[in-house]
Design a protein around this ligand. Structure first.
Ligand SMILES: [Zn+2]
Length: 302
């Protein structure tokens, strides 16, 4: 079976043709393009349709799944909150894409899912969570997202918005968050937050550089504060969900030793009986998990 996964990002759009034969899943081809500067509906749809045509290479595909970095309604037909693409909010995005694909002779079924949920689906089908029934994927990048599986099912919630762990309230932080509230984990531990704080202090605004200069007291204080906030968030997820694993993904997860350091900080915050079960791992699929996951949305048990 052939399907295409699309990852719609603020800076880059990625698309990949995924082939599935029984248990075996492989990426056949992929394409990455800059997100249109205007971020208008017709432009974004045009680019995505072109990329789907490009990666499909004239082969007939049955399904296209799209990972969206925003809040979706419960039926997954509309994007209800999409900070970086305001023109795409509350429109039936899949219908627009379907029309564009029809014009180039393609008629796959189309579905949308939150991008961090797509990462979790990818990890479940062919990544670090392949044998897991209960796990959490945390995507640590410009923002913080998460996808949660409970009993082998993606957690959606009553209104379709479960798993937004980046918007958990942590400590007494009062920094405004892109979601319209404040004091959220994302405003204390995301790469964006760390880099903006670094710039204000005259340090290099680059998470990886800061990670490598921990002998500088200011850099260490910045990183340590973010890791403490993250550990607090993970400890809260663990006591509520009791997962088999927490999987770290996204750009920050590539920092050497990150999982080990967060594990130490999280252990301190957990009730004793849960400590021996804490397992924090870095994704083996990395950013590709979202593409594999998007291409597999139609395989989910709902
Ligand atoms: Zn928030």
């Amino acid at each position: 079976m052939l399907s295409v996964g699309v990852d719609l990002g603020g800076h880059t759009i990625s698309a990949a043709l995924i082939e599935r034969e029984g248990e075996a899943v492989r990426m056949v081809s992929r394409s990455d393009r800059e997100t249109p500067e205007s971020r208008k509906l017709d432009k974004v749809v045009h680019v995505i349709a072109g990329m789907i045509g490009e990666v499909s290479q004239g082969r007939q595909i049955s399904f296209v799944g799209i990972g969206i970095p925003g809040f979706l309604d419960k039926t997954r037909s509309k994007i209800t909150r999409f900070t970086n693409f305001s023109g795409l909010e509350n429109v039936c995005f899949a219908e627009h894409l379907s029309s564009a694909l029809n014009r180039i002779g393609m008629s796959p079924s189309i579905a949308m899912e939150n991008d961090a949920n797509c990462s979790a689906i990818g990890e479940a089908f062919c990544g670090t969570a392949k044998e897991c029934r209960d796990f959490v994927v945390l995507t640590l990048g410009t923002g913080i997202g998460s996808g949660i599986f409970v009993n082998s099912r993606l957690l959606i919630g009553a209104h379709g918005m479960a798993g937004e762990s980046g918007h958990m309230t942590i400590g007494k932080g009062n920094i405004s968050c892109g979601c319209g509230s404040k004091g959220h984990l994302e405003t204390m531990a995301s790469a964006d937050y760390i880099e903006r704080s670094a710039r204000r202090q005259g340090l290099p605004p680059d998470f990886r550089l800061l990670w490598d200069m921990r002998d500088d007291k200011r850099a260490d204080a910045l990183i340590s504060g973010a890791l403490d906030a993250l550990a607090g968030g993970i400890a809260s997820l663990v006591v509520v969900l009791d997962p088999e694993k927490i999987i770290l993904s996204g750009g920050m997860s590539k920092a050497r030793g990150l999982a080990e350091e967060i594990t130490v900080r999280t252990l301190d915050r957990l009730p004793v009986p849960l400590r021996e079960h804490l397992k924090i791992e870095v994704s083996v699929l990395g950013a590709d998990a979202a593409l594999y996951g998007a291409a597999s949305i139609n395989m989910l048990e709902r």
